[in-house]
Design a protein around this ligand. Sequence first.
Ligand SMILES: NC(=O)c1ccc[n+]([C@@H]2O[C@H](COP(=O)([O-])OP(=O)(O)OC[C@H]3O[C@@H](n4cnc5c(N)ncnc54)[C@H](OP(=O)(O)O)[C@@H]3O)[C@@H](O)[C@H]2O)c1
Length: 364
Amino acid sequence: MQALITHRTLPTRIFNALSGKAIFSPGAKVHDNVPIPTINSQQLLVKVKTVALNPTDFKHMDALAPPGCILGCDFAGEVVKVGEGAAGKWKVGDRVASVAHGGMYPDEGAFAEYAKVNHDLAWPIPGDISDADATTYGVSAMTAMFALNARLGLPFPGSKENAKPAAGDESTIFIYAGATSAGLFHLQAAKAAGYTVVTTASPRSFELVKKFGADAVFDYRSSTVVEDILAKYPNLTKAVDCFSEGPSSSICAQVLKPKGGTVVLLLPNGESKVPGVQFEMIMLYTVLGRAFQMLAPLGPKFEASQSDREWAARYYSALPEVARLLKPTPTVSLEPGFKGVLDGLEKLRQRKVVGGKQVVQLQS
Ligand SMILES: NC(=O)c1ccc[n+]([C@@H]2O[C@H](COP(=O)([O-])OP(=O)(O)OC[C@H]3O[C@@H](n4cnc5c(N)ncnc54)[C@H](OP(=O)(O)O)[C@@H]3O)[C@@H](O)[C@H]2O)c1
């Protein structure tokens, strides 16, 4: 099959990681003779039709991924083979979407003609949802639900837990960078859980974040952003930093200063310097239930987590219902094929993607 395969050497990757540059680009090439993945009894083989692009894809291409790995996380397509342990639930021809740990393995990744997936870490795409929209419920939506539900204890949208009224001050949450793809799902999921949602965005994205559930939005570039938020919301105890770069995490900590609490980060961005406020970083790949190391052999190691893996299976079983309550992020379709993927990753790297997700049709 064809697949987009990483090829950077370790010294180049270290240089890129330290400098934030991407020398010798592109760091991945389309290979024509990649073996079609073999599946075990619990897995599905999927003909990949549509993929969505995430910042993690270019970060893996530039620095994090060893050579010889298939890139890409979010995909939607058609089941072409079913492991015997999954036969009661899935059949050939089903439409399916899922998330792969792209840039980590030679036989698993979304930017390929075929991808394999564990049958309980995938969802059947409802007939009225397009493949493009289905891909947006991958990395971005799952990260939002993982941060809010598994780490901050908010209920799943639509679950019975929602019947409990959220108590007092804790019913307001702060989402930094609500206009990111992850942010748009955080806003919706927190709103669906009954929370008042306070966020930050550029003025260009104020309308967008309101449409996705923000009750109040503040400009993250304003020099008085912390004071402005505290003047109206002095009792915040929960936050998610959907940007997690530069001053964003410290702004979150300041906003939680009066009461203390937890800020979930999506990238490592220092320690909290505010007493009573702790940072907790998540890395979505832990939900896939395998140990891994980024930028091996030098980068951070993550242990396999059985509880995160169980959470992911719950997410996928709830997703047909959750997708009725949380709308997909806006999508922009790029040129079909691997060229569209590489062009889109370059736009993401240059931070030219605003207010939605780039999607690419790989096959019809
Ligand atoms: N740890 C994990 O498991 C995990 C999971 C998902 C994502 N992430 C990481 O989270 C980050 C966001 O990912 P994403 O795919 O959601 O992002 P994205 O959709 O690519 O984000 C684009 C948005 O970023 C906002 N933005 C640009 N510059 C900003 C700044 N200086 N401060 C605040 N917002 C800014 C823009 O909104 P405005 O119009 O408001 O400027 C823009 O719409 C990435 O670094 C990604 O790698 C981590």
